[in-house]
Design a protein around this ligand. Structure first.
Ligand SMILES: [Zn+2]
Length: 474
């Protein structure tokens, strides 16, 4: 009898033993110029401005104040998000109604939050699917103020900022799956500039395992904490087998959830339509217009880059990590072989941008693909050295230029006689280094190469210089 091969059990990571049923309500800050119901600014990072300096009677809930019409660009962004997640937008004859979600809490001066959600409401978009996870609905609401329970201070700077809430069905089965999906979600929404990228995301997380009743963990900040809270809560379910529905909070210091309330004490939000706000009507034309202008998703771009242009997945991932970067790459490869373009975009251009702490979509950065095409053609046609091209590329920040005239002044030097003369001078000048090389110090060679390149304004042909230098040094 042939003995069956024994397979080594793969080493399990801490997380992967968890098989749970997980659903998410993801909250993100919508990137708009103004708040949802007033003209106060929607700053990228509210922590950078002094508390209560970005406020008005509307967003602080002053008695008698009435909201302005809902910010139309926030509604458009919600529609974009819905469409990117393959949801169906609710268009006319359906009407969207802002409801008052009542609760008393120091962060909510009106005593209610304005939201297009809750009992009997119609969300902006619903019934979607993103990477195999069903999306129940996508809706819009306002953010409350920031309340510090320790000091009792309230900061209204972010009160009234538009939030998106993305509600999934409980389709996730592991923390790793949630982590991957959330990263893809954030990347996808970055392609439409939907979210304030400095503000991060928050989520309410539903978790249960086979035979237990689900727990809702409220308001978990950041993807890392969301994943940790799922691991911790699933473990608690394995151990304690809870059979009553609970709402819990996440304590990131103890790495444990804590009881907030049971179902019997469930909050009753007494939803009613807000009489101060008009119904929102979305017509087919508006949706079609938005659809027409949506970019391809990062997942489609990634597949295209790998398959059509034969770029390896890891490099493709770097390129697709930013919409402007991948679109830039796509424009340059219309003229030049992708294999040649790849290191110039992925390593050189990205390196220069990172060094300057910039991205292609920064408002003060203006780099044109045609200038990079021109630059690479100069290299390909042996007009300038790659070293010289890198030099010019560095000066494309903040604004690129046609490199043609500059290339003329520093045309590649391939004339051996001319180079020999320069090299002889350098060997004479750097006699000690040259002697060191002859004695076996290999590093000295690179130094001498560098000196030749410096003396020729980076225009000497590298291969020829190497050849002559080797010959001259014996
Ligand atoms: Zn305001």
């Amino acid at each position: 009898m042939v003995k069956a091969k024994t397979h080594k059990k793969p080493k399990e990571t801490e997380k992967s033993e968890i098989n749970a049923k997980i659903g998410l309500e993801v909250h993100g800050y919508i990137d708009t110029k103004e708040k949802l119901f007033c003209t106060c600014r929607n700053f990228h990072d509210m922590k950078l401005i002094k508390p209560n300096t970005n406020i008005c009677p509307i967003c602080t809930g002053a008695p008698g104040s009435k909201p302005m019409l809902p910010n139309s660009s926030a509604v458009s962004k919600i529609l974009q998000i819905g469409l990117m997640l393959n949801c169906k937008p609710n268009i006319l004859p359906k009407k969207l109604i802002f409801q008052r979600k009542h609760y008393s809490w120091p962060d909510m001066p009106h005593g209610y939050q304005k939201t297009i959600s809750g009992a009997y409401s119609i969300p902006v978009a619903e019934n979607g699917n993103f990477l195999g996870i069903r999306i129940r609905e996508v809706h819009l609401e306002e953010d409350p103020a920031a309340w510090n329970p320790e000091t009792g201070n309230i900061d209204y700077n972010r009160a009234g900022v538009p939030l998106v809430e993305i509600v999934t069905e409980p389709d996730f089965t592991s923390p790793e799956q949630v982590e991957h999906w959330l990263k893809q979600l954030v990347l996808t929404l970055s392609y439409i500039k939907a979210l304030n990228k400095d503000a991060g995301i928050k989520a309410d997380v539903n978790v249960n395992i086979k035979g237990t009743v689900r727990t809702e963990i409220k308001n978990v900040n950041s993807i890392t904490e969301i994943v940790k809270s799922i691991v911790s809560e699933a473990r608690r379910h394995q151990k304690e087998k809870p059979i009553t529905q609970e709402t819990r909070r996440w304590n990131s210091e103890t790495n444990k959830t804590e009881l907030m309330r049971t179902k019997e004490e469930a909050a009753d939000y007494r939803f009613i339509p807000d009489p101060d706000l008009p119904v929102i009507k979305i017509d087919k034309k508006r949706v079609e217009e938005i659809k027409k202008n949506l970019p391809e998703s990062p997942q489609i771009k990634l597949e295209k880059i790998i398959k059509s242009h034969k770029i390896n997945p890891r490099d493709a991932e770097v390129l697709t990590s930013n919409l402007e970067l991948v679109e830039f790459f796509e424009k340059v490869i219309e003229k030049i072989d992708p294999k040649i373009v790849l290191p110039w975009i992925k390593t050189e251009l990205l390196g220069v941008l990172n060094y300057n702490k910039k991205t292609l979509d920064d408002k003060d950065i203006e780099i044109k693909p045609e200038h990079v095409i021109e630059l690479l053609e100069l290299v390909i046609n042996n007009k300038i050295t790659p070293l010289k091209a890198k030099d010019i590329l560095r000066r494309f920040i903040p604004k690129s230029f046609s490199p043609g005239s500059e290339a003329k002044q520093s045309e590649k030097i391939t004339d051996e006689k001319q180079l020999l003369k320069i090299i002889k001078e350098i060997i004479k000048k750097e006699k000690k280094t040259a002697d060191d090389y002859k004695k076996g110090n290999k590093k000295s060679f690179n130094f001498l190469m560098g000196e030749v390149m410096k003396a020729t304004n980076k225009s000497a042909d590298f291969q020829i210089v190497r050849k002559i230098l080797e010959r001259e040094l014996g």
